[in-house]
Design a protein around this ligand. Sequence first.
Ligand code: FAD
Length: 404
Amino acid sequence: MFDLLSSKKLINLLPKIQNFMEEEIFPIEKEVMKMPFKEVEKILRSKKEKVQDLGLWNPYLSQEFGGPGFTLTEVARIGEVLGQSPLGHFTFNCQAPDAGNIELLMHFGSDDMKQKYLKPLLDGEIRSCFSMTEPHFAGSNPIYMGLTAVKEGDEYVINGHKWFTSSADGAAFAIVMAITNPEAESPYARASMIIVPTDTQGFNLIRNVPVMGHAGEGWHSHSEIIYDNVRVPTSNLIGMEGSGFLLAQERLGPGRIHHCMRWIGIAERSFDLMCKRAATRDLSPGKPLGTKQSIQNFIAESRAEIDAARLMVMNAAYAMQTKGNKGARQEISTIKFFTAEVMHRVVNRAIQTHGALGITDDTPLAFWYREERGASIYDGTNETHKAALAKRILRKYDLKIRNN
Ligand SMILES: Cc1cc2nc3c(=O)[nH]c(=O)nc-3n(C[C@H](O)[C@H](O)[C@H](O)COP(=O)(O)OP(=O)(O)OC[C@H]3O[C@@H](n4cnc5c(N)ncnc54)[C@H](O)[C@@H]3O)c2cc1C
């Protein structure tokens, strides 16, 4: 297990990325996070150039596509370092949802898609989004959806309603999950993934859905979209008709490792801020907060939980690397809910330790408290992952539970 945390290739690289985060990213966070996203993009442009000069651009990418070709466990370690700031992944061009879409297009995109969509994504020239969840259907049951794509000649005509399509605002295209084969016997063979350029007629972005008072903007937003007789060529289909769920599993597998390690990065930075505050905030002269047992409990419990979560995620990444996505299902379900809950607890304790300062935007803690609450909801709600894990375990006790 401990070998998973060390990799010869990362010995020099991780400190280099950490330095970049501390020198270039942390100092600008407070100002930048208050700005409209268009301004943020301008400021980050020069930071992105520095990342490219350092040879750190697209760190998740395989060698085949010009990247460093790190293993999933190595990528996980990099993801933790980048996760320490809300700007980390974006500056290195490995942010969600683009990282998942890049992975999909690399493995399943046609040559034309690779040229038209993958290349500009890899160059950081465009952004993309993934449009699956619908307001009127429970997202926890992925096969239950209303949006359809009907073939007419050499076009698909798409009609339906999606929401929480993250980063659609300003994106060049959406990968849309649509029912194309309603008659298929297996409900898992009824949907397909189709590329819809966002400037197509009928792609109506109605609003960025406010999240706890913040509608967000650009990459940092979640949109509601009506697809109203959207027409795209049938060549915009990714993979085969009816393969949508299969592709979704491929997309979500490594994506869950990426998310979990980003959350570990958030927890680790929150922990650091909590300890600094505990050591320097005097309750009375010479009596800092850290002398109090309840704050010591926050620190000790957080340390133990973060260390446990990191080892679990690395173990899951290793399982995926050696057994494939399917073979590592149990590990993936376990880390998804466990790591989200650890992150929530650590951020919450760090806020409490900061008192009123903790809920201001003078530290990244309030941003994470608000924006990362969704970690227990997206990419499978905690409850569905817990149910999947328990069912798998109970099978060994001869209790077979059927899905709804
Ligand atoms: C920040 C954020 C970003 C997102 N980004 C995207 C995106 O880019 N693209 C996209 O398509 N979607 C996105 N989503 C949507 C996300 O995938 C869905 O919200 C998720 O699948 C849950 O679906 P739902 O919201 O419809 O909740 P529902 O399915 O209505 O579930 C509601 C609640 O019921 C409980 N529940 C569900 N199943 C069970 C069960 N089996 N047993 C017990 N309790 C259960 C859970 O507590 C769940 O939270 C995002 C969501 C968030 C919060």
